[in-house]
Design a protein around this ligand. Structure first.
Ligand SMILES: [Zn+2]
Length: 275
């Protein structure tokens, strides 16, 4: 990360290694501010002590706010322990809160709505509802600096998993276009490195999804009809874990084609409709 400018020094990212057995090998937690700070995401339950220890040094002024971008375990896991240890208040979008409470019943989460202004450390951010990866996924826009805290929407070098039923591809594609229109200068993501060419990366992700859709259409055209069968064809030779992830991705493409009236779902098998 480049140094010397005020905003870089206000934003500190910690890459938290994942417990064994997860597909992603780490998650980022991002600290914003110098006085009472805000933290984006809480990493895993298993790494809560590590993050709390880091916060004691990195946020001597205390942690006021824990912003949870979405309910997945790599972002939510440490939340209850972290709020108990620091006294921070957790926030999330109202759609995500029941999903979070199902996993962490004693976590107190206050709602943030789309468009709401949120104080985070010294920054004033705007909450942006960015569904697709998760139905109430929030990103945060620091307009003054043109910095986006993007959660899991725009990653580098990996792509975002969209797993129905909570993941929805048509929403995700709308989200990508919405983020492109903001014209961010940099995106701080939930995994991987800061995205320093957001427009280029978002266009590449849109192109990648279009290419996958073409592959799914081609597979349907040659008579493949199940998500697993189509994924086995598209991700051939890439190993079982990749094919399992790919099956969710194919399912999300099929769901989009059904929504658009281009394919029909017949109890879990799919076929193309004439146009
Ligand atoms: Zn996620």
């Amino acid at each position: 990360m480049s140094s010397g400018s005020v905003h870089d020094d206000l934003i500190r990212t910690r890459r938290v290694p994942a417990p064994a057995g997860l597909y992603m090998d780490h998650v980022n937690v991002i600290l914003l501010g110098r006085g009472p700070c805000a933290l984006f995401d809480a990493a895993y339950a298993e790494t809560a002590e590590e993050v709390i220890g880091w916060l004691r040094q990195a946020a001597p002024g205390g942690l006021q706010t824990l912003i949870l971008t979405h309910h997945h375990r790599d972002h939510l896991g440490g939340a209850t322990a972290l709020c108990e240890a620091t006294g921070a208040q957790a926030y999330a979008h109202p759609i995500e809160i029941p999903l979070m409470k199902a996993r962490q019943p004693s976590l107190e989460v206050k709602p943030i709505e789309d468009g709401e202004r949120v104080r985070a450390g010294e920054a004033e951010l705007e909450a942006v509802l960015t569904p697709g990866h998760s139905p109430g996924h929030l990103s945060f826009w620091w307009e003054e600096k043109r910095i986006l805290f993007g959660g899991d929407n725009v990653l580098l070098p990996t792509t975002t998993s969209i797993a129905p039923p909570t993941g929805r591809l048509s929403d995700y594609l709308r989200t990508l276009r919405k983020l492109l229109a903001l014209e961010p200068r940099i995106i701080h993501p939930g995994h991987g490195s800061p995205v320093r060419d957001p427009a280029g990366r978002i266009r590449a992700l849109l192109a990648h999804r279009a290419q996958r859709e073409a592959q799914v259409l081609a597979a349907l055209a040659k008579g493949l009809s199940t998500p697993a069968g189509i994924a086995g064809d598209i991700y051939r030779g890439l190993g079982e874990a990749r094919i399992r992830m790919g099956t969710n991705m194919v399912r999300s493409h099929l769901e989009k084609l059904v929504e658009e009236g281009r394919a029909r779902d017949e109890a879990g098998t799919f076929r193309l409709l004439e146009r």
